[in-house]
Write a protein of this length. Structure first.
Ligand code: ATP
Length: 688
């Protein structure tokens, strides 16, 4: 099982030097992170794997490193200055700030998830949606209200039949249930209900912004922090950080200020478009070819969070792959749709390859594959110029759930056209662009085969490097029981848990009495009850759930329970003795590839040989020497950071020139001749 919460990964990252909070000396600044000694290695290895796989192993790619700061005109003509924004609202009561679309999305999701078997809750949803539609401007108001009234009318007919159907189904009377489905009236009612709901869904999708606005106006949305329904009106907040080139004393918005204004790039892609013609000419490239770039990007996100998933400073790995426009594609050549599909497949396989340790079983591989998906964006999600976009998503643990890790877009000829002068009227109209009077060039290409000039189309696979780090860490994280606890130890845990329950139930009763008397209680009965349920459930799954015991004890309902305090130290000791945390990282990504230990640190001959082995490999990759604890503990420390191999030098090594090589995932040990170490280790470290 990979990580079951982001908290586990975050704790490990901070404890072992992968990620530290930024500016910690001054109390930190929220959602800025520093990458520590192991984090920088892991991030570099991810970027190296991406660079090698997208540039070195292909014949049609070049690399680039463009400046972070570019002319403001780049962002004006790319559309970012006008539209790279998120809708923002402030809670008037507690002043918390939210993305309006997040709050509305959560409200719609909550409404959908509620009990579909209860007519009254459904009716309440429809009425709430009707109130929202009524708050929209005309003509949306009339259209929306009509759709909602049709849903309610359809529901009135469908519900008595639907309820009967569910009743038969629940009673296991399949025949009666099927008869209901086959019944002409029921079928018609069901169909009417479905069409009305579809119309409702489409209405929200097509009028997302107006619907969002109306949700707040109709006071349907509650502040997740304080429950108030009073918000400021949604307003667009541009996500680009601004700065100025040279000293500027002028006020914001004046011509002088605007002339000196620059933005920290919110994506690396525009740097590639700026250099399309340079790279093509300098490297004598013919279409199709691509340019890849890795670099920092900055977005003043309204709600950063989920550790390093969404930050205001992050790194991207982007490709712009330039292809022929459809009208120039000859028979036998790939068209834009085929290139798009090919890139989705390539990139999806890349994620799976590095998310899987070579030692993984078939079952493990299938489980990993099920946590990745390629999801085609729906028409309402697509940018107006994009022909298709597929998001590659990973199922992150906990409430984060499915999250985008890469987008692969067919952006047509939008970008190069947007930055070109001298574009025909019909193309400007097709791409909804204004003539670009600032550009000094037309970014077109002379195709020697077609003997024609055209502006290439673009396929853009765009991934986050720091988000990739979180993805690979979540997938690699495993807590494992390595030594089964004895029956006696398990019985002891069970009896301690029973004692905790007895004490907690007493505390619940006391708290209930206090609350009934209108006094403040020391414990929250619901929280203590929830803790007891978690504890029971964890204890029932012992020994497999051994490591989860500590998480159960951290439950907020366990606070101030005396027996829990007593139970913790022996449980911690048992967990430490019987389990290990291991990062099953692909060896190519592992921050440290090899750790070398002498069996005894007070034997100079062992220490010297161990250090000599380290020196032999350290020019090629990160190797560490460690003699600060017993071998068992040293193995655990390396497992926790994902080191694929550990080498132990012992007395036999001095006699026959062999060492023990221990593999991380299987924990198997092998004697290998020191001279054979390079041929033993190198293919394995490449994941072969
Ligand atoms: P999201 O929907 O998560 O905001 P997006 O669709 O805006 O992402 P893109 O503009 O397509 O993202 O950027 C490409 C990739 O860059 C994303 O798939 C993600 O991996 C990464 N990325 C985008 N925004 C951030 C961020 N704030 N922090 C970390 N990584 C990010």
């Amino acid at each position: 099982m990979p990580a079951n919460s982001l908290e586990q990964v975050r704790n490990l990252c901070m404890r072992r030097g992968f990620v530290f909070p930024g500016s910690a000396v001054y109390g930190g600044v929220a959602s800025f992170w520093d990458y520590g000694p192991l984090g920088v290695e892991l991030l570099n290895n991810i970027k190296k794997a991406w660079w090698q796989d997208t540039i070195y192993t292909r014949n049609d790619m070049e690399g680039l490193d463009a400046a972070v700061l570019m002319s403001r005109k780049v962002w004006q003509h790319s559309g970012h200055e006008a539209t790279f924004s998120d809708p923002l609202v402030d809670c008037k009561a507690c002043r918390s700030r939210f993305r309006a679309d997040d709050l509305v999305g959560a409200w719609i999701g909550k409404v959908r998830q509620e009990d579909v078997r209860r007519a009254d809750t459904w009716l309440r949803h429809f009425q709430a949606h009707e109130r929202v539609c009524a708050a929209m401007p005309e003509p949306l108001r009339t259209a929306g209200v009509q759709i909602m009234q049709e849903i309610q009318a359809a529901h009135e007919i469908w519900w008595p039949l639907g309820r009967l159907f569910l009743k038969f189904k629940d009673a296991g009377d399949e025949a009666a249930a099927r008869k209901m489905v086959d019944d002409e009236d029921a079928r018609r009612a069901n169909q009417r209900m479905k069409s009305a709901q579809e119309a409702h869904k489409q209405f929200i999708e097509q009028n997302a912004t107006a619907f969002e606005f109306a949700c707040f106006k109709a006071k349907e949305i509650e502040c997740p922090k304080c429950g108030s329904k009073e918000f400021t009106e949604p307003r667009n907040f541009n996500l680009m950080f601004q700065s100025h080139v040279g000293p500027v004393a002028a006020d914001k918005g004046t011509d002088e200020e605007k002339a000196a204004r620059v933005y920290l790039r919110p994506e690396t892609a525009q740097g590639i478009f700026m250099n399309f013609a340079h790279v093509q000419r300098a490297m004598a490239r013919k279409i199709p070819f691509g340019v890849a770039q890795i670099g920092k990007a900055f977005r003043n996100e309204i709600t950063p969070g989920n550790f390093i998933f969404r930050t205001r400073e992050f790194e991207q790995m982007e490709i712009e792959f330039f292809i022929k426009p459809p009208q120039f594609v000859k028979e036998g050549e790939k068209n834009d749709q085929q290139w798009h599909e090919e890139w989705v497949e390539q990139r999806f396989n890349w994620w799976l390859r590095y998310a899987t340790s070579p030692s993984a079983t078939l079952e493990d591989r299938d489980a990993t594959a099920a946590r990745f998906r390629a999801r085609a964006q729906t028409p309402d999600e697509l940018a107006h110029y994009a022909k298709a976009t597929t998001d590659i998503e990973y199922l992150f643990p906990g409430s984060l759930g499915w999250g985008e890790i890469e987008g692969v877009a067919n952006r047509t000829d939008f970008d190069l056209t947007a930055h070109s002068n001298d574009i025909p009227e019909e193309d400007l109209k097709r791409l909804k662009l204004e003539p670009n009077k600032d550009s000094t060039v037309k970014l077109d290409y002379f195709d020697p085969d077609a003997k024609a000039r055209y502006i290439p189309w673009v396929i853009e696979p765009s991934a986050g490097a720091t988000r990739a780090m979180l993805t690979f860490l979540c997938e690699a994280y495993h807590d494992e029981v390595v030594t089964e606890p004895t029956k006696q130890q398990i019985d002891q845990i069970k009896s301690d848990a029973a004692m905790i329950r007895k004490n907690a139930e007493k505390k619940i009763k006391e708290a209930q009495k206090e609350i009934a008397a209108g006094r403040e209680a020391k414990h929250d009965p619901a929280k203590v009850e929830a803790f007891l349920n978690v504890l029971d459930e964890t204890v029932a799954r012992l020994p497999a759930s051994l490591t989860e015991l500590l998480t159960a004890l951290d439950h907020e309902g366990a606070q101030n329970l005396e027996p829990v305090k007593k139970f913790r130290p022996p449980t911690e000791k048992l967990v430490e003795d019987c389990t290990r945390t291991v990062l099953r990282l692909h060896p190519a990504l592992a921050p440290v590839k090899l750790a070398v230990f002498p069996l005894k640190k007070n034997k100079p001959e062992l220490v010297e040989l161990a250090q000599a082995i380290k020196e032999r490999f350290q020019r090629h990759f990160r190797v560490v020497y460690d003699d600060s604890a017993g071998i068992g503990r040293l193995y655990r420390r390396q497992d926790e950071i994902g080191t694929p191999f550990c080498i132990t030098v012992d007395f036999e090594s001095l006699e026959d020139g062999t060492v023990t090589v221990r593999e991380r995932d299987s924990m198997e040990q092998e004697r290998v001749k020191i001279d054979d170490l390079p041929s033993y280790l190198l293919p394995r470290l490449q994941g072969e």
